[in-house]
Ligand binder design. Structure first.
Ligand SMILES: [Zn+2]
Length: 268
């Protein structure tokens, strides 16, 4: 399985949209891995995870085509993960397609927003529920519940195929006991997990700072959710967290955690 991180930034990216902070200034100067677009990923070139406002630039930056997707999976409805206006470009009259050619898997809130914006449009929409496994083109996809936006069942996503499995955990917050139990013993081969708040714990419960990220990864390892030696990569970093990519590399190294970057390819 190959996972390509298309974006590894939080909701306002790095450099942040309006940011005059140290991390944004550093990114503007150094560029490269310090630049972070809104979080998104692609599994084996065909399974798209989230569709944020940077999708077009991410495709073009990496020479990718949306026509290779067979499905798009959504974690939740926040604007950095769901950009509704982009969906119309997969349909007539923008292109000759009479139906949207990839299936959308999403929670009740995202499905509702798509139906509201595009009533009766030819979109294959599958409503997903936590702890339920969906089959798509030989993959088993299982959403588990994240601790994020109140009033919406936010999903992290397990992808499994041919004995290999991977958890995409953005906008996780610290998992509930129920989610830790669901994940225990899964022996996942890789994890992508958010580290949004960096150095600073914020009052918002839907994201994790560095210490919480390390703690959650430790618990996933000790509970057997991750197999021994499983790759762990971070995403959804914010400038407000006050850590550059280079600093994250140093800080996370002792924990066997690698900071993700835009364009990173993870071979599992
Ligand atoms: Zn987000």
């Amino acid at each position: 399985m190959q996972v390509r991180l298309l974006g590894t930034g939080g909701s306002d990216g790095i450099p942040a949209f309006y940011g005059n902070d140290r991390v944004s200034a550093h990114a503007r100067k150094v560029r490269g891995k310090e630049m972070r677009t809104r979080s998104a990923a692609l599994v084996d070139g065909t399974l798209k995870i989230d569709l944020g406002p940077d999708t077009l630039c991410q495709l073009n930056a990496h020479g990718l085509e949306a026509r290779d997707w067979t499905a798009a999976f959504f974690t939740h409805s926040d604007g950095d993960h769901l950009c509704l206006s982009e969906l119309q470009y997969g349909l007539f009259p923008f292109v000759e397609c009479e139906d949207l050619e990839f299936t959308i898997y999403a929670n009740e809130t995202v499905c509702g927003l798509i139906n509201q914006r595009y009533p009766k449009w030819p979109i294959d929409l599958v409503r997903t529920y936590k702890n339920t496994t969906y089959l798509h083109e030989g993959y088993e996809i299982t959403p588990v519940e994240a601790t994020h936006t109140v009033g919406e069942e936010c999903h992290n996503l397990i992808f499994a195929k041919d004995g290999v499995s991977f958890l995409y955990g953005t906008d996780t917050g610290v998992y509930s006991e129920a989610t830790f139990e669901v994940l225990a013993g899964r022996q996942l081969d890789a994890l992508v997990i958010e580290c949004s708040d960096g150095k600073y714990k914020t009052p918002y419960v839907g994201h994790m700072d560095l210490a919480q990220c390390v703690e959650v990864v430790g618990r996933l390892r000790s509970s057997g959710a991750l197999r021994t030696g499983a790759q762990v990569v971070t995403t959804h970093h914010t400038a407000g967290g006050d850590l550059t990519h280079a600093e994250l590399e140093e800080i996370l190294r002792p924990y066997d955690i690698v900071p993700g970057f835009d364009g990173m390819v993870i071979e599992i």
